[in-house]
Design a protein around this ligand. Structure first.
Ligand code: PHE
Length: 457
């Protein structure tokens, strides 16, 4: 089907709407579940310095590349490459993004579903009346039906928002949910840092331990930055195509990166001091799986005065953070089906969410009926997680910067991010230099290394 002319496209209505949607995509399970653990286990402040450098010098340039591709082409991730580089195989990068969306959403929606189960357990009181939280999680995750039902509920919620459209769905919901998320995180942070013994946790989090930094740590920091900013799979190309022509893209990218990083740090302040105050579990021993959020934190809430309320708030905010991310991933596929295959938004949403759910079922069942099924030594959940976050996203980000640096080219890129010369900034040229020379080398190293080092990002 022919590409839909830009005039008919849905778009974000306001600058805050753009930030809410893009920051909503960036802030997710990666910030709250993964970042605190990865940071504390990899040198605390030292990791943080590396991480922030990658956000600034690699993350923002990649984000800006994606926004500029999408806004210039006014199309979905696949169509954008086809339009900007006609008769070349660059559209395959867009196609890789669609595949990545399938892979990410299938395991991410499984975890997002768990947050709903825990929210309900927290509300009903069951959660804080448990003694063995490892068993509680094992009982739930090895059940065949309950995790599946919650995953489907989560996919349904995601589909409703996406079905409602860019302005009336994604923008409207993220504009409400993101401020709510920030307030709720703030509430839990205040509680957590005021607990007795919290200072130890804060120290552990921020004091740099440079002896923990090695090549793998550096690679992990870059991988975490990419996953956390939602770069490398066309989410931000798709959202970029909905951004108004007068938007200052560099400023927007910086604001989104700042929001994402602040929330990652706040999440650490929410989680780590509380664990130090109430848990006997050593953070160094924890594996970056469900352990922290679903096994350790419930015990922390149980020990904490007023813990019921904080448990409810925590699992609610986790679900909200996950939802504003899942809608951005589903939108990648929906925009593709709509514009490339000529489907209506309704039909595209149903087809995308149902087909992703089928893959999602396999991810969820890898904890129960399919637990014995392994490919390359990994169950389906771990395989989808590893392949998408470690390999597909990093290669995606690599191809995107190479595309902008070497194919789209300097004048087109500068024309797009300066709004046809209206915005004058020396930073624009510096960012292009990074996109053309520095980012491909840095991301290239991680992309190749990710193939060899298991459990990297
Ligand atoms: N950035 C999200 C998080 O941190 C995950 C995500 C990755 C979302 C890629 C969209 C695309 O949880």
């Amino acid at each position: 089907m022919a590409n839909i002319p830009s005039g008919n496209r849905d778009s974000f209505g306001s600058k805050f709407g753009v930030i809410a949607a893009a920051a909503g995509s960036a802030v997710g399970l990666g910030n709250i579940w993964r970042f605190p653990l990865v940071t504390t286990q990899n040198g605390g402040g030292a990791f943080l310095i590396l991480y922030i450098s990658f956000i600034v010098f690699i993350g923002i340039p990649v984000m800006l590349s994606e926004f500029s591709i999408g806004r210039r082409a006014q199309l979905n991730a696949f169509g954008s490459f086809k339009k900007l580089a006609p008769k070349t195989p660059w559209y395959l990068v867009g196609f890789l993004g669609i595949l990545t969306a399938f892979a990410i959403l299938s395991f991410y929606s499984a975890v997002a579903g768990w947050t709903l189960e825990y929210l309900v357990q927290a509300i009903s009181g069951k959660l804080l009346h448990t003694d063995d939280y490892v068993k509680n999680f094992a009982d739930f995750s090895t059940d065949v039906y309950r995790p599946l039902i919650w995953q489907m509920v989560f996919m349904f919620l995601t589909a409703i928002v996406v079905y409602a459209g860019v302005k009336k769905g994604i923008e409207k919901f993220t504009k409400i949910l993101m401020p709510v998320l920030v307030i709720l995180i703030g509430v839990v942070v205040v509680r957590s840092v005021s607990l007795p013994g919290a200072a130890e946790g804060i120290k552990y989090l921020f004091v740099p331990d440079w002896s923990a930094v090695n090549f793998k740590t550096v690679l992990m920091a870059l991988g975490q930055a990419a996953f956390s900013l939602s770069i490398g799979m066309g989410t931000l190309i798709t959202y970029g195509s909905y951004i108004q022509k007068d938007n200052h893209l560099l400023r927007t990218s910086s604001q989104v990166a700042l929001a994402d990083t602040s929330i990652a740090i706040l999440s650490s302040l929410m989680v780590i001091p509380a664990i130090f105050a109430f848990s006997s579990v050593s953070i160094d021993q924890m594996s970056p799986g469900p352990g922290l959020v679903f096994e350790v934190l419930p015990a922390v809430f149980k020990a904490m005065p007023g813990g019921v309320i904080f448990a409810v708030v925590f699992f609610f905010l986790l679900a909200v953070a996950a939802l504003t991310s899942t809608i951005s991933v589903l939108e990648v596929v929906v925009a593709y089906l709509k514009e490339e295959l000529g489907m209506t938004r309704g039909k595209a949403t149903i087809i995308a969410s149902v087909s992703i759910s089928v893959l999602g079922v396999l991810a969820t069942l890898s904890f129960s009926s399919l637990s014995g099924f392994h490919i390359f030594g990994l169950n389906i959940f771990d395989l989808l997680n590893f392949a998408s976050a470690n390999i597909m996203l990093t290669f995606g980000a690599l191809f995107i910067v190479v595309f902008v640096g070497w194919k789209l080219g300097k004048s087109n890129f500068l024309d797009e991010i300066s709004n046809k010369g209206e915005i004058k900034s020396v930073l624009h040229k510096i960012v292009f230099f990074i996109i053309r020379y520095i980012a491909p080398v840095a991301i290239g190293i991680i992309a190749v290394a990710a193939l060899f080092i298991k459990g990297l990002t």
